[in-house]
Design a protein around this ligand. Sequence first.
Ligand code: HEC
Ligand code: HEC
Length: 256
Amino acid sequence: MRFAGSFTTRLSVVAVLGFQTHLTAQQRYLPIDVENGSRLYRSNCFACHGPEGNSIPGVDFRRGLFKRVSDDDDLLRVIANGVPGTAMPPTAINDSGRFALVAYIRSMSESAKGSGDVVRGRALFEGKGGCLACHRVNGKGSRLGPDLSEVGAVRNAPYLERSVVAPAESILPEHRFVRAVTREGSVIVGRRLNEDTHSIQLIDQDEQLRSLLKSELREYTLLTTTTMPSYQDKFSPAELADLVTYLLSLRGLESQ
Ligand code: HEC
Ligand code: HEC
């Protein structure tokens, strides 16, 4: 089998390089292969597997979740032969195309894990960053900001990085702050948790859960600002990578 041979040769060259220079996991494949793979993925696989690689139940390229594939050789085989008896078709494509697809699929899960160090990231989160002053992770910290215990399961690396360096850019509707003035004139500012036609529930500045009836309010405004400061100048790029890697590792129950 010609393709198996050429693939193995290429892999072992990469393995030796990795051993000598301690390349990070992300550099295991050449960027050019990942790029070619991305192109091939878009034209051959995207329609079924989706942009994030998680559209098929039980298969998730970002999380490295497969049904029966365990190594790169299995991946190459599945791409060539499909999975008989399922909608996964064989793909007629040459060796380097298949290799590029594997490189791309692997890169999806590697960038999903982050390029930094989880332990250092956690130290920054709890120490220098002071993130627990507003956020809660697995029962520890504050409720002023959203609970981040599962943030790694629902957000990707670029989004998380933007959240830290430019928080005001990306406030989700469910994390908006509200300012309410009661009939008696007291002002309550807090993070909105729920809202229906008659009432709103929020976490106020003392971390207390408050439920307010709209009919008893004199004023009610949805704020477009956030209390989260930008960390643009506080972290070096390496620290930011560590922090994002830590956030990506937070996957709620799944990670425990
Ligand atoms: C017509 C839809 C379709 C297309 C196109 C498609 N797939 Fe799939 N793929 C599937 C389905 C469905 C499964 C799940 C098969 C099963 O149940 O085991 C799957 C499974 C897989 C798996 C996982 C096998 C396992 O054991 O977990 C890999 C890897 C995969 N596809 C890669 C690709 C690649 C790469 C391409 C593009 C070259 C591609 N697929 C194109 C539908 C598709
Ligand atoms: C002063 C309070 C405060 C501090 C300190 C703070 N945050 Fe936040 N953070 C918030 C609030 C409020 C939100 C929700 C509104 C928004 O998106 O800005 C938020 C949102 C986020 C989000 C987006 C969550 C999502 O699901 O979209 C992330 C990620 C995040 N913060 C990470 C951090 C990290 C990491 C730190 C420490 C380096 C930190 N925050 C420090 C208040 C804070």
